[in-house]
Design a binder for this molecule. Structure first.
Ligand code: NAD
Length: 347
């Protein structure tokens, strides 16, 4: 039985608890949150026996094999390092850290200790992105020439997911002082992983970031609302392709839309998660001259939680690991540098 402690028991922790409860051979044994009431009610909801407000106390007090680090972004590094230091496996939420220096430290510590380490790039749960990766790498669309990718949400212009002015889970995401990388750290990190996993590694970025005024004085209670809301990134890939990746929380009409278009010299692929996680569209071969697109059904792939548990059982670390999380963090750091310098920056 793999014993798991969940650290950070806010909104996303429920997804972890529900997933791990559904996997044979693992058990939730501890819940930890700096806000005791949250940890306590979470533990009650999921039948978790031990409750803590400090990760070190949890690691000392309850024998766990692994932790799910579902804390807010600024705590990813210290919480993961505490667990790694005691030889525990770690599934860490994205972004792996708040900058590349931290992420690199985490990847190095995980490697040194030989523990299983994965970062929850959850859109890798879509079978369509694995099929796109396989097709591109198998040469199905020829040389990759041009890429378009976007991740659009609208929680700043709609109340579909609740009122962002009220909950701390929204407010820390808008505040640099609370460790947020804004839209880049929140959802940009997903689309950078998603797009580059299928289309190829990113070599250079030319990024514009913008933070729009949301309330008078750009401050709510202790939160200064200064983290970026929208990002437009021109990219060059290591395979020579160019493209654009953009992301916003102001994309009215889009709840949670990820779209990836990859154009090669022999064909093209579209992954549109609003349409399907299990199908992608392909135009290639004889269809190219008719610009005809066909839907391709993809075989099922395991989700991140199953991958993590299987990695622990087999001792073989699946992807995306901390090294991958750090590589994406490096792209994000380059985006911030490009925005400040007003020019393209190598990753
Ligand atoms: N992979 C995905 O699709 C996905 C989706 C949503 C959120 N996330 C990520 O999950 C993480 C949590 O997001 P959320 O929406 O649940 O936020 P949240 O604010 O609802 O929850 C975070 C919780 O962590 C707790 N916390 C902070 N520092 C802590 C520490 N040192 N020790 C213990 N607890 C601590 C907070 O008190 C809070 O309860 C974030 O990193 C976010 O980026 C990922």
């Amino acid at each position: 039985m793999i014993k798991i402690g969940i650290v950070g028991t806010g909104g996303m922790a429920s997804a972890h608890a529900q997933a791990f409860r559904g996997i044979a051979g693992c058990k939730l044994v501890a819940a930890c949150d700096v806000v005791k009431g949250k940890a306590r009610s979470f533990a009650k909801q999921y039948g978790i026996p031990a409750v803590y407000t400090d990760v070190e106390e949890m690691l000392d007090g309850t024998p766990v094999d692994a932790i799910a680090n579902v804390t807010s972004d600024a705590a990813h590094c210290p919480v993961s390092l505490a667990a790694i230091g005691r030889g525990k496996h770690v599934l860490c939420e994205k972004p792996l850290a708040v900058n590349y220096a931290e992420a690199k430290k985490m990847a190095a510590a995980a490697k040194r200790k030989g523990i299983i380490n994965m970062v929850n790039f959850s859109y890798r749960n879509a079978p369509a992105i694995h099929k796109a990766h396989e097709l591109v790498n198998g040469g199905a669309i020829g040389r990759v020439i041009h890429v378009e990718a976007s991740y659009l949400q609208s929680w700043l212009s709609s109340t579909h997911w609740g009122d962002w002015r009220k909950g701390s889970a929204w407010l820390w995401r808008l505040s640099k002082g609370h460790g947020s990388g804004g839209v880049l750290g929140d959802i940009g990190v997903h689309i950078l992983d998603f797009a580059s996993y299928a289309a190829g590694d990113i070599k250079q970025v030319n990024c514009d970031l913008k933070t729009f005024t949301k309330v008078k004085g750009d401050r709510i209670r202790g939160y200064k609302l200064d983290a970026c809301d929208s990002a437009v990134i021109g990219v060059e890939l290591a395979n020579g392709a160019i493209g654009t990746i953009h992301t916003s929380r102001w994309a009215t009409g889009h709840v949670n839309s990820l779209l990836l278009r990859i154009y090669g010299d022999k064909g093209a692929i579209v992954v549109d998660l609003d349409r399907s996680y299990n199908e992608l569209s392909v135009c290639r071969g004889k269809d190219v001259d008719k610009s005809k697109w066909r839907s391709l059904r993809c075989r099922r792939t395991p989700d991140m939680y199953h991958r993590f548990v299987k990695s622990i059982k087999t001792g073989e670390n699946d992807q995306p690991d901390f090294a991958r999380g750090a590589a994406i963090q490096k792209v994000i750091d380059a985006c911030f540098a490009s925005d400040v310098k007003g020019r393209a920056v190598s990753v």
